[in-house]
Design a protein around this ligand. Structure first.
Ligand code: HPA
Length: 274
């Protein structure tokens, strides 16, 4: 008989426990071109994804593909350095598997970053947007299919996917560090195409301030299991630009790494307060 997701999670966590016994309460997922936060971590253990049973393996340029355990600003953390995207061909179950592993490892709060296209007219390339809500209807819900009550309820509440207390703390930190931040709605799409002009327009009219190809499935899985979530987008391109609107992956990665120190500053301080 095929194994259940719970059996797979138990096997994966048992394997990780043979290599590392830490119990981080904070999990971090870093987006494309945003992996440098790991250089601030006092690393205790790094496990390449390909060594971990049941883990998918990351393929996108700019992703390192390892699970990192260590301490950041006094807080024990586990970091997914390199995430899994639906557009790579992974099933939604695979995309969120590492998030569920984090839960089984004891993680209570999940911090995520991503690169996103700006649609709000006030946004510029390099700006940060704290995500205060999302639109996931243009992606595949990772909870479709049989529900495992060990993970969470059949019909999870989504009235506050991004924890308001964490948003408040992050805004206070950003003000203290004199880092300007926007707040807004992240529209999740599957990619891998960037949006057409008409699609950017639609997503903006639908209420999106930024658009990206990750995060929403992970957040849904995290909220399903009761984790608190905080997420920031780095605006790497402007979807609403009228002319000369060719967007490349290279441009996205370059803008992400240029803006990264601001993001790292906020994450570093927020982590100490968790
Ligand atoms: N659209 C979708 N995903 C993205 C974008 C975008 O403009 N920029 C970075 N990731």
């Amino acid at each position: 008989m095929a194994r259940t997701i719970i059996q797979e999670l138990d096997e994966t966590v048992a394997f990780i426990r043979t290599l590392h016994s830490g119990k981080p309460r904070v999990g971090i997922v870093l987006g494309s071109g945003l992996g440098h936060l790991t250089s601030e971590i006092t690393i205790e253990k790094e496990i390449p994804y390909e060594k971990i049973p049941n883990f998918p393996v990351s393929t996108v340029e700019g992703h390192q593909g390892k699970l990192i355990f260590g301490t950041l600003n006094g807080q024990e953390v586990v970091v997914l350095s390199g995430r899994f995207h639906y557009y790579e061909g992974y099933s939604p179950d695979q995309v969120v598997f590492p998030i569920r592993v984090m839960k089984f490892l004891g993680v209570e709060t999940l911090l995520l970053s991503n690169a996103a296209g700006g649609m709000n007219k006030d946004f510029k390339v390099g700006d940060l947007m704290i995500i205060n809500d999302h639109i996931s209807l243009f992606t595949v819900n990772p909870l479709l299919g049989k529900n495992h009550t060990e993970l969470g309820p059949r019909f999870p509440d989504m009235s506050e996917p991004y924890d308001r207390t964490l948003i408040k703390k992050a805004k206070a930190i950003a003000a203290r560090l004199q880092i300007p931040v926007h707040e807004g709605v992240y529209a999740g799409v599957t990619g891998p195409t960037f949006e057409t002009r008409a699609e950017y327009k639609l997503l903006h009219i639908a209420g999106g301030d930024a658009v990206g190809m990750s995060t929403v499935q992970e957040v849904i899985a995290a909220r399903h299991t009761g984790m608190l979530v905080f997420a920031i987008s780095v605006i790497t391109d402007l979807g609403i630009r009228e002319e000369d609107n060719i967007i490349t992956h290279e441009e996205v990665l370059a803008a992400a790494s240029a803006a990264e120190p601001k993001l790292t500053g906020i994450f570093r301080e927020l982590i100490a307060e968790l």
